[in-house]
Design a protein around this ligand. Structure first.
Ligand code: NAP
Ligand code: F7E
Length: 364
């Protein structure tokens, strides 16, 4: 029987968790790379731990030896290199770390495969990004659009893109980049703009937050659903020939529109007034200012016009970019966060009760 063994770097991340579920469902043996941290934060994959065929291993993208050993141990037939310092704004604060993981990390994976003589049997997927288009030279963007990276994150990812292409041509390896546009979900990190908005809308609706501060409200993105996008990663590696693909919905919205829709979903209709730093999102019913702009969230250089053309992925992979609409994406994130915020509150009440009990000496 054909061996189906996947190694996922970045398994604890948003995409890593969905991809693990997807590949386990396809009968793969899934091995995830985790790094040591002082708190064991594995919330996104906690439900998979203990599943037969799901294995976790300590290593680090900054540690070549650990990668060589891991690839040798697992002998993967497919590697999904998702690990990255993935926050664009943070890449301005930690540019060297970002380059080490997001650029040199890709090279380390490729060399770990070669060192273990698996270059003919192991296919490699690289998590590339629409950030490569940066200060865009064409709208919408496709596989032929020139790159113009516009952050330390994007510059590091550009190296990853080119080294994958180089190893494909130099060593005839099956390695490909998925140029993925923004994809979000209930598991999205809480400091990315979509999740920051859905959590704030839920908290404000439940009276637990007064205001939401954002940066550039006019920034435009092509937002899709992460659960739909991981299927594409797999399809790219099942393709007859190793090629790069743009993965996007082909629909564009602004941060302001995302915000409007998220608040509408919790029963608050916002009206935006003013411009630039003075723009405010006002609750039409009460007149309360709920959204304000803070320059703290401006970036030294910001990418403001991303819009993907997924024609090639539709045609050659048979992928459906319209599976989850923008409206459905916002709704599912807000509904999730409404429950989460209410549950967090219930949990903190349990803690408070416990504290009361402790005070009264009921629990020792
Ligand atoms: P994410 O939630 O931020 O997950 C990043 C993962 O990388 C986490 O598992 C993280 O581990 C791991 N990681 C970071 N540094 C590491 C290191 N030194 N060694 C080992 N693991 C390390 O990112 P995501 O949204 O799932 O995105 C997955 C990939 O796609 C990333 O490469 C990202 O740059 C790229 N991408 C994302 C999007 C998007 O819209 N989501 C679009 C295009 C491309 P910890 O949990 O320990 O931090
Ligand atoms: O910002 C603007 C911000 O941080 C989107 C990563 O997954 O997708 C992601 O990178 C836009 C930017 O994502 C806030 O200036 C306004 O223009 O949600 P984001 P990103 O930078 O697009 C790409 C494809 C990746 O590859 C990355 O790994 O929203 N914005 N106000 C804000 N952004 C944040 N984070 N916070 C704000 O308050």
């Amino acid at each position: 029987m054909e061996r189906k063994v996947a190694l996922i770097t970045g398994v604890t991340g948003q995409d890593g968790s969905y991809l693990s579920e997807f590949l386990l469902g396809k009968g793969y043996s899934v091995h995830g790379l985790i790094r040591r941290s002082s708190v064991d934060y594995r919330e996104r994959i906690a439900h998979l731990e203990g599943t037969p065929n799901f294995h976790l291993h300590y290593a680090d993208m900054n540690d070549s030896m650990s990668l060589v050993k891991l690839v040798g141990l697992v002998q993967p037939t497919e590697i999904y290199n998702l690990a990255a310092q993935s926050h664009v704004q943070v890449s301005f604060d930690a540019p060297e770390f970002t380059a080490d993981v997001d650029a040199v990390g890709v090279l380390r994976i490729l060399e770990a495969v070669r060192t273990n003589h698996l270059e003919k049997s192991c296919r490699i997927y690289q998590a590339s990004t629409s950030e490569l288009y940066g200060k865009v030279e064409e709208v919408p963007q496709n596989e032929k659009t020139p790159f113009h990276p516009y952050s330390p994150y994007a510059v590091a990812k550009l190296y990853g893109y080119w080294i994958i292409k180089e190893y494909r041509e130099a060593y005839n390896m099956f390695c490909c980049s998925g140029i993925l546009f923004n994809h979000e979900s209930e598991r999205r990190g809480e400091t990315f703009v979509t999740r920051k908005i859905t959590l704030a809308a839920a908290r404000i609706a439940q009276g637990k937050q007064d205001k939401l501060y954002l940066g550039n409200l006019s920034s435009l993105r092509d937002w899709g659903y992460a659960r739909d996008y991981v299927e594409c990663m797999w399809l790219i590696l099942q393709h007859e020939t190793p090629e790069d693909f743009v993965i996007a919905t082909g629909v564009q919205h602004s941060v302001r529109e995302f915000c409007y829709l998220a608040f509408k979903h919790v029963g608050i209709e916002l009206e935006f007034q003013g411009e630039g730093e003075n723009e405010k999102g006002i609750d039409k019913k009460t007149g309360r200012v709920l959204v304000e702009v803070s320059p703290d969230f401006y970036r030294p250089t910001d990418v403001v016009n991303l819009w993907g053309d997924p024609t090639k992925a539709k045609r050659e992979l048979g992928w459906n970019p319209a599976k989850t609409t923008f409206e459905q994406l916002v709704a599912l994130m807000v509904e999730h966060d409404m429950k989460k915020v209410a549950a967090d509150d219930a949990a903190s009440r349990v803690h408070m009760n416990l504290a009361e009990y402790l005070e009264k000496g009921v629990v020792k």
